[in-house]
Design a protein around this ligand. Structure first.
Ligand code: HEM
Length: 293
C-alpha cells in the first residue's frame, strides 16, 4: 500500500535545508531518480518533482503544472527552478550538509543543483515577525484529507502537491509600525496569539480564513524561517491534495477577488515560487511508477 512521505505530516524540524534542481542530462533521469529513491525515506527528506521533469519523461501527473506567473500591482514572483525539490529535515547542520551533498551526487548528471536555502525554527514556531505560525493548520485526519491525494485518484493516492514560495521580509518597515498596526496586519495579537475580532478586512488571517472559501480551502502549512546575512523571511510551504486551496488563498491575498490586498505585503514580498508533486512511498521507497519508471 502507498503511504505519504511522513515528513509532510510531522511537525517542522529544528533545522532544514531546501534544495532545488533544474534539468541536466535528461537521458539519465531514470537511473538518477532510482539512486535518489535509495536515499530518500520521506521523513528526514521530503522530495518533490516539478512539471519540467515530468515533461522530460513524457509522463503526466494530473494536477501538476508550472507555478503561475502572478501579476498584481507592485508584485512579481519569479519562478524558482522546478525540476526537483528536496526538503532536508534534521537537527544538525553538518549532517544536513553532508546529506545534501550525497543527494546532489545521486541526482547528477540528470538534475543540476541550482540553489539551497537553510531554514530553522524560530522561538518555538514563530515567523521572524514574531507571530506564531501554523495555529490554524488542519490536524490528524483533516491534515491527511487536506494534504494527501485520496483513494479517489488511485494512480496518485498517497502523494501530495506542494507550493514552495520564498518571502523576504522588510524588518525595518515592520519594526517601524506601531504594535497595533502590526497586530492588524496579521489579525492576531502577537502577545497571546488571540485572533482580533475587529481586525480590518486586509488582515492576513481574514484574507486567508480557510472555511470562508467555496469549496473550503484547507492547506497544510509547513513553513520555516530562512536567513542569509541580515536578510530573512519565510520559506512558505503548503501541501495540498491539489493546488486548488493554495491558489484560491493567494488569489484573494493579492486582491484579485475584491481589490483588498493582504496587509502582509506591507512588510514582506514573495521573491520566488514553484510547484512540485511529492510521490508516495511504497515499501519505504519513493513510488516512481506514476512517472513511468
Ligand atoms: C511571509 C508570508 C507569510 C507569513 C509571515 C504568514 C503568517 C501567518 C500567520 C502568523 C498566521 C496566523 C496563525 C496561523 O493560523 O498560522 C497565518 C495564517 C494563515 N496563513 Fe499565512 N503567512 C504567510 C503567507 C501565506 C501564504 C502565501 C498563504 C497561502 C497562499 C498563507 C495561508 C495562511 C492560512 C490558510 C492561514 C490560516 C487562516 C485561517 O484559517 O485562520 N499564508 N499566516
Amino acid at each position: 500500500m502507498n503511504t505519504p512521505q511522513p515528513g509532510i505530516l510531522l511537525p517542522v524540524p529544528p533545522l532544514a535545508r531546501y534544495l532545488s534542481f533544474s534539468l541536466g542530462d535528461t537521458t539519465r533521469i531514470g537511473e538518477c531518480l532510482r539512486a535518489l529513491s535509495n536515499l530518500a525515506d520521506g521523513e528526514n527528506m521530503v522530495v518533490g518533482f516539478g512539471q519540467s521533469l515530468v515533461s522530460a519523461l513524457n509522463s503526466n501527473i494530473p494536477g501538476l503544472k508550472s507555478f503561475p506567473l502572478i501579476t498584481a500591482p507592485g508584485l512579481s514572483i519569479e519562478r524558482a527552478p522546478e525540476a526537483a525539490w528536496v526538503w532536508l529535515r534534521g537537527d544538525d547542520r553538518g549532517e544536513i550538509l553532508h546529506r545534501s551533498r550525497r543527494i546532489t551526487q545521486a541526482l547528477s548528471p540528470a538534475l543540476q543543483f541550482e540553489e539551497s536555502m537553510d531554514a530553522f525554527t524560530y522561538a518555538e514556531g514563530r515567523d521572524l515577525s514574531g507571530y506564531e505560525d501554523g495555529t490554524e493548520n488542519p490536524i490528524g485526519d483533516e491534515a491527511i484529507k487536506s494534504a494527501i491525494v485520496g483513494a479517489d485518484q488511485p494512480q496518485l493516492a498517497g502523494s501530495s502537491f506542494v507550493a514552495a514560495q520564498r518571502w523576504r521580509h522588510n524588518f525595518d518597515r515592520f519594526e517601524s509600525m506601531p504594535k497595533a498596526e502590526q497586530d492588524n496586519t496579521i489579525g492576531r495579537r502577537q502577545s497571546d496569539n488571540e485572533e482580533l475580532d475587529d481586525a480590518p478586512e486586509s488582515a492576513h488571517v481574514k484574507r486567508t480564513a480557510q472555511e470562508s472559501f467555496t469549496p473550503e480551502a484547507f492547506v497544510l502549512r509547513r513553513s520555516m524561517p530562512w536567513a542569509e546575512g541580515n536578510a530573512g523571511g519565510l520559506m512558505f510551504v503548503a501541501f495540498g491534495a491539489s493546488f486548488y486551496a493554495f491558489e484560491a488563498i493567494l488569489n484573494r491575498m493579492t486582491g484579485a477577488e475584491d481589490g483588498i490586498v493582504d496587509a502582509l505585503f506591507k512588510f514582506t514580498q514573495p521573491v520566488s515560487g514553484a510547484y512540485f508533486w511529492c510521490p508516495a512511498l511504497r515499501d519505504g521507497k519513493l513510488d516512481l511508477t506514476p512517472l513511468g519508471l
